[in-house]
Design a protein around this ligand. Structure first.
Ligand SMILES: C[S@@+](CC[C@H](N)C(=O)[O-])C[C@H]1O[C@@H](n2cnc3c(N)ncnc32)[C@H](O)[C@@H]1O
Length: 194
Protein backbone atom coordinates (compact mmCIF):
# COMPACT_ATOMS: atom_id res chain seq x y z
CA UNK A 1 0.00 0.00 0.00
CA UNK A 2 1.49 3.37 -0.93
CA UNK A 3 1.46 6.54 1.20
CA UNK A 4 -1.75 8.03 -0.28
CA UNK A 5 -3.70 4.79 0.08
CA UNK A 6 -2.39 4.32 3.62
CA UNK A 7 -3.42 7.83 4.63
CA UNK A 8 -6.85 7.46 3.09
CA UNK A 9 -7.45 3.93 4.40
CA UNK A 10 -9.63 4.73 7.49
CA UNK A 11 -11.80 7.19 5.53
CA UNK A 12 -11.89 4.87 2.56
CA UNK A 13 -13.01 1.88 4.62
CA UNK A 14 -15.52 3.66 6.82
CA UNK A 15 -17.09 5.89 4.24
CA UNK A 16 -15.71 6.40 0.75
CA UNK A 17 -15.70 2.83 -0.55
CA UNK A 18 -19.48 2.50 -0.50
CA UNK A 19 -19.88 5.87 -2.24
CA UNK A 20 -17.46 4.80 -4.93
CA UNK A 21 -19.33 1.54 -5.39
CA UNK A 22 -22.62 3.41 -5.81
CA UNK A 23 -21.09 5.81 -8.34
CA UNK A 24 -19.42 3.14 -10.42
CA UNK A 25 -22.75 1.53 -11.32
CA UNK A 26 -23.24 4.44 -13.77
CA UNK A 27 -19.94 3.83 -15.53
CA UNK A 28 -20.23 2.23 -18.95
CA UNK A 29 -19.09 2.24 -22.56
CA UNK A 30 -16.12 4.38 -23.55
CA UNK A 31 -14.88 5.67 -20.19
CA UNK A 32 -12.46 8.40 -19.10
CA UNK A 33 -11.24 8.70 -15.53
CA UNK A 34 -9.40 11.93 -14.82
CA UNK A 35 -6.89 12.03 -11.94
CA UNK A 36 -7.01 8.26 -11.37
CA UNK A 37 -4.24 8.54 -8.75
CA UNK A 38 -3.60 5.06 -7.37
CA UNK A 39 -6.58 3.60 -9.25
CA UNK A 40 -8.86 3.29 -6.21
CA UNK A 41 -11.99 3.35 -8.36
CA UNK A 42 -10.93 0.57 -10.71
CA UNK A 43 -11.94 -2.29 -8.43
CA UNK A 44 -15.51 -0.98 -8.21
CA UNK A 45 -16.04 -0.85 -11.97
CA UNK A 46 -18.14 -3.42 -13.79
CA UNK A 47 -15.84 -4.86 -16.43
CA UNK A 48 -18.78 -6.13 -18.48
CA UNK A 49 -20.20 -2.62 -18.88
CA UNK A 50 -16.94 -1.00 -20.01
CA UNK A 51 -15.63 -1.08 -23.60
CA UNK A 52 -12.42 0.83 -22.88
CA UNK A 53 -11.12 2.80 -19.96
CA UNK A 54 -8.78 5.74 -20.52
CA UNK A 55 -7.10 6.82 -17.28
CA UNK A 56 -5.50 10.26 -17.25
CA UNK A 57 -3.30 11.85 -14.63
CA UNK A 58 -0.54 14.42 -14.55
CA UNK A 59 2.05 11.67 -14.09
CA UNK A 60 1.94 7.95 -14.75
CA UNK A 61 1.68 5.74 -11.68
CA UNK A 62 3.56 2.50 -12.35
CA UNK A 63 2.17 0.74 -9.31
CA UNK A 64 -1.41 0.70 -10.61
CA UNK A 65 -2.67 -2.70 -11.77
CA UNK A 66 -6.06 -3.80 -13.00
CA UNK A 67 -7.66 -6.40 -15.26
CA UNK A 68 -9.64 -3.69 -17.03
CA UNK A 69 -8.69 -2.69 -20.60
CA UNK A 70 -6.96 0.53 -19.54
CA UNK A 71 -5.08 3.04 -21.64
CA UNK A 72 -2.96 5.28 -19.40
CA UNK A 73 -2.49 8.85 -20.58
CA UNK A 74 -0.38 11.60 -19.05
CA UNK A 75 -2.04 15.02 -19.25
CA UNK A 76 -4.19 17.52 -17.44
CA UNK A 77 -7.92 17.88 -17.24
CA UNK A 78 -7.61 21.55 -18.21
CA UNK A 79 -6.50 20.46 -21.72
CA UNK A 80 -7.88 16.98 -22.41
CA UNK A 81 -6.16 15.40 -25.44
CA UNK A 82 -9.40 13.87 -26.81
CA UNK A 83 -11.98 14.62 -29.50
CA UNK A 84 -15.29 16.31 -28.74
CA UNK A 85 -18.22 14.03 -27.80
CA UNK A 86 -16.02 10.96 -27.43
CA UNK A 87 -16.77 9.40 -24.02
CA UNK A 88 -19.95 7.82 -22.63
CA UNK A 89 -18.73 8.38 -19.08
CA UNK A 90 -16.24 10.72 -17.43
CA UNK A 91 -15.31 9.97 -13.81
CA UNK A 92 -13.71 12.32 -11.32
CA UNK A 93 -13.31 11.62 -7.64
CA UNK A 94 -11.39 14.03 -5.41
CA UNK A 95 -9.66 15.80 -8.29
CA UNK A 96 -11.59 19.00 -9.10
CA UNK A 97 -10.89 20.19 -5.54
CA UNK A 98 -7.26 20.66 -6.53
CA UNK A 99 -7.11 21.48 -10.26
CA UNK A 100 -5.63 24.88 -11.03
CA UNK A 101 -8.40 26.00 -13.40
CA UNK A 102 -11.75 24.71 -12.23
CA UNK A 103 -14.08 26.12 -14.88
CA UNK A 104 -11.74 25.24 -17.71
CA UNK A 105 -11.59 21.66 -16.37
CA UNK A 106 -15.38 21.39 -16.22
CA UNK A 107 -15.69 22.82 -19.70
CA UNK A 108 -13.20 20.22 -21.00
CA UNK A 109 -15.13 17.39 -19.33
CA UNK A 110 -18.35 18.65 -20.91
CA UNK A 111 -16.65 18.90 -24.32
CA UNK A 112 -15.39 15.30 -24.42
CA UNK A 113 -18.65 13.77 -23.13
CA UNK A 114 -21.16 12.51 -25.70
CA UNK A 115 -24.64 14.05 -25.52
CA UNK A 116 -26.53 11.89 -23.02
CA UNK A 117 -23.31 10.67 -21.45
CA UNK A 118 -22.65 10.69 -17.72
CA UNK A 119 -20.32 12.74 -15.58
CA UNK A 120 -19.74 10.77 -12.41
CA UNK A 121 -18.51 13.12 -9.72
CA UNK A 122 -17.53 12.91 -6.07
CA UNK A 123 -15.78 15.71 -4.29
CA UNK A 124 -15.88 18.00 -1.32
CA UNK A 125 -17.24 21.52 -1.64
CA UNK A 126 -17.81 24.59 0.52
CA UNK A 127 -20.30 23.64 3.27
CA UNK A 128 -23.76 25.24 3.23
CA UNK A 129 -23.63 25.85 6.95
CA UNK A 130 -22.53 29.48 7.40
CA UNK A 131 -20.35 28.81 10.46
CA UNK A 132 -18.53 25.91 8.88
CA UNK A 133 -18.14 27.76 5.59
CA UNK A 134 -16.47 30.61 7.46
CA UNK A 135 -14.13 28.18 9.22
CA UNK A 136 -13.27 26.49 5.91
CA UNK A 137 -12.42 29.88 4.38
CA UNK A 138 -10.12 30.69 7.28
CA UNK A 139 -8.17 27.44 7.16
CA UNK A 140 -8.14 27.13 3.37
CA UNK A 141 -4.90 29.06 2.65
CA UNK A 142 -2.91 26.85 5.03
CA UNK A 143 -4.74 23.66 4.02
CA UNK A 144 -4.10 24.18 0.32
CA UNK A 145 -0.37 24.58 1.03
CA UNK A 146 -0.07 21.30 2.95
CA UNK A 147 -2.55 19.36 0.80
CA UNK A 148 -1.14 19.75 -2.69
CA UNK A 149 -3.32 22.68 -3.73
CA UNK A 150 -6.56 21.10 -2.50
CA UNK A 151 -9.21 23.82 -1.98
CA UNK A 152 -11.90 23.62 0.72
CA UNK A 153 -13.93 26.50 -0.68
CA UNK A 154 -14.99 25.38 -4.15
CA UNK A 155 -18.60 25.69 -5.33
CA UNK A 156 -18.65 23.85 -8.67
CA UNK A 157 -22.39 23.12 -8.98
CA UNK A 158 -23.28 26.30 -10.88
CA UNK A 159 -20.26 25.78 -13.13
CA UNK A 160 -21.56 22.37 -14.22
CA UNK A 161 -24.78 23.89 -15.47
CA UNK A 162 -23.01 26.83 -17.09
CA UNK A 163 -20.94 24.28 -19.03
CA UNK A 164 -23.79 22.13 -20.26
CA UNK A 165 -23.84 19.48 -17.56
CA UNK A 166 -27.32 18.92 -16.21
CA UNK A 167 -27.27 17.82 -12.61
CA UNK A 168 -29.49 14.79 -12.14
CA UNK A 169 -28.65 13.93 -8.54
CA UNK A 170 -26.50 15.91 -6.18
CA UNK A 171 -26.17 14.62 -2.67
CA UNK A 172 -24.74 16.94 -0.07
CA UNK A 173 -23.81 14.63 2.76
CA UNK A 174 -24.12 16.20 6.16
CA UNK A 175 -20.89 17.33 7.79
CA UNK A 176 -18.55 15.76 5.26
CA UNK A 177 -20.00 17.76 2.43
CA UNK A 178 -19.38 15.63 -0.56
CA UNK A 179 -21.54 16.20 -3.58
CA UNK A 180 -21.87 13.03 -5.56
CA UNK A 181 -22.81 11.94 -9.03
CA UNK A 182 -24.22 14.22 -11.62
CA UNK A 183 -25.06 11.96 -14.50
CA UNK A 184 -26.72 13.62 -17.47
CA UNK A 185 -30.35 13.19 -18.44
CA UNK A 186 -29.95 9.78 -20.07
CA UNK A 187 -29.47 8.40 -16.59
CA UNK A 188 -32.46 10.12 -15.03
CA UNK A 189 -34.61 7.00 -14.87
CA UNK A 190 -31.80 4.89 -13.48
CA UNK A 191 -31.08 7.15 -10.53
CA UNK A 192 -33.36 7.19 -7.53
CA UNK A 193 -31.54 8.40 -4.48
CA UNK A 194 -32.98 10.58 -1.72
C1 LIG B 1 -6.53 13.33 -4.20
S1 LIG B 1 -5.98 12.41 -5.58
C2 LIG B 1 -7.46 11.48 -5.98
C3 LIG B 1 -7.14 10.18 -6.64
C4 LIG B 1 -8.37 9.32 -6.99
N1 LIG B 1 -9.17 9.96 -8.01
C5 LIG B 1 -9.20 8.99 -5.78
O1 LIG B 1 -10.41 9.18 -5.80
O2 LIG B 1 -8.62 8.49 -4.80
C6 LIG B 1 -5.95 13.65 -6.86
C7 LIG B 1 -5.38 13.15 -8.17
O3 LIG B 1 -5.68 14.11 -9.19
C8 LIG B 1 -4.53 14.31 -9.97
N2 LIG B 1 -4.60 15.67 -10.53
C9 LIG B 1 -4.45 16.85 -9.88
N3 LIG B 1 -4.58 17.88 -10.73
C10 LIG B 1 -4.82 17.35 -11.95
C11 LIG B 1 -5.05 17.90 -13.24
N4 LIG B 1 -5.04 19.22 -13.42
N5 LIG B 1 -5.27 17.05 -14.27
C12 LIG B 1 -5.27 15.71 -14.08
N6 LIG B 1 -5.07 15.13 -12.87
C13 LIG B 1 -4.84 15.93 -11.82
C14 LIG B 1 -3.36 14.13 -9.00
O4 LIG B 1 -2.17 13.83 -9.68
C15 LIG B 1 -3.87 12.97 -8.14
O5 LIG B 1 -3.54 11.72 -8.68
Amino acid sequence: MNFYDGMMYPLEKKWLAEKREWLMQFVKGEVLEIGYGTGTNFKFMNTDAIDHLTALDTAENDSVHSDLPIKFVTGTVEALPFEDNYFDTVIETLVLCSVQELERSISEISRVLKPGGAFVYMDHVLPNDAGLAKAFKVINPLWSKVANGCQLVRTPKALFERNGLEIVEAIALERVYLIMASPLSAFKDAVNVQ
